[in-house]
Design a protein around this ligand. Structure first.
Ligand code: HEM
Length: 195
């Protein structure tokens, strides 16, 4: 394996790990929503003015772009060199096109969500959440986004365990539990608006 491909593999892993910790942090900070407008808006007004927040945003954008380009080009090279018949299957027999469709929906969700949150002007994020989740179409989009994030993470974490040679059931249960906690945490925001 060449030096470049090892470096790309390592960067790809770093991009995944960075995003993984970001989504945990994002879900936990969103839980402020359940403590009311002051707690929620107060947290984001404080956090968004920090330099660390601007650096985090920059890293998220660059690493997502890198992750997507490398994943696409690897798949493309795989298709050409091996042909469909010899491709490694996904864990639990998930068809390749289903995994790619899920990743595609997740990517589109992240772009739409990012533009909604960062480019639109809003005096109160809390009020914006109330307005957003009173629209059924937004509820569907966000539910789809969170579900595709969960399946993508489950797939990625299972792959990591496979690569590390870990097949223990308890580790797999831990992955499922982690993904479920993220799913419930994210979904609790729109649910608290509509219930
Ligand atoms: C119901 C689920 C979600 C809600 C209610 C939600 C809400 C929010 C809010 C309020 C912000 C603005 C924060 C700010 O101004 O700093 C934000 C930003 C963002 N969200 Fe989400 N989000 C959800 C799910 C997700 C998911 C699943 C992802 C990615 C996989 C994601 C990625 C981002 C990114 C990249 C940003 C910009 C960076 C940041 O400000 O943290 N979000 N989201």
């Amino acid at each position: 394996m060449s030096f470049t491909s090892i470096a790309v593999k390592k960067l790809m892993a770093f991009a995944g790990i960075f995003w993984f910790f970001y989504v945990i942090f994002h879900m936990l900070s969103l839980l402020n929503f359940h403590f009311g407008e002051n707690a929620f808006d107060g947290f984001y007004v404080w956090f968004n003015q920090l330099l660390v927040y601007q650096l985090m945003l920059l890293m998220l954008v660059v690493l997502l772009g890198f992750h997507v380009i490398v994943a696409l080009s690897r798949q493309f090279v795989n298709n050409i060199s091996k042909g469909q018949a010899y491709q490694k299957s996904y864990p639990y027999g998930v068809p390749r096109f289903v995994a790619w469709a899920g990743a595609g929906v997740l990517f589109i969700f992240i772009i739409v969500h990012f533009m909604q949150m960062k480019l639109l002007d809003k005096p109160s994020l809390y009020q914006y959440m109330l307005e957003l989740f009173s629209q059924p179409v937004m509820l569907i989009i966000y539910t789809l986004g969170v579900i595709t994030l969960s399946t993508h993470l489950h797939h990625a974490l299972t792959n990591v365990l496979q690569t590390l040679g870990i097949s223990s059931k308890s580790y797999h249960l831990l992955v499922v539990l982690l993904v479920l906690i993220l799913l419930v945490g994210f979904i609790s925001i729109p649910m608290s608006v509509i219930l």
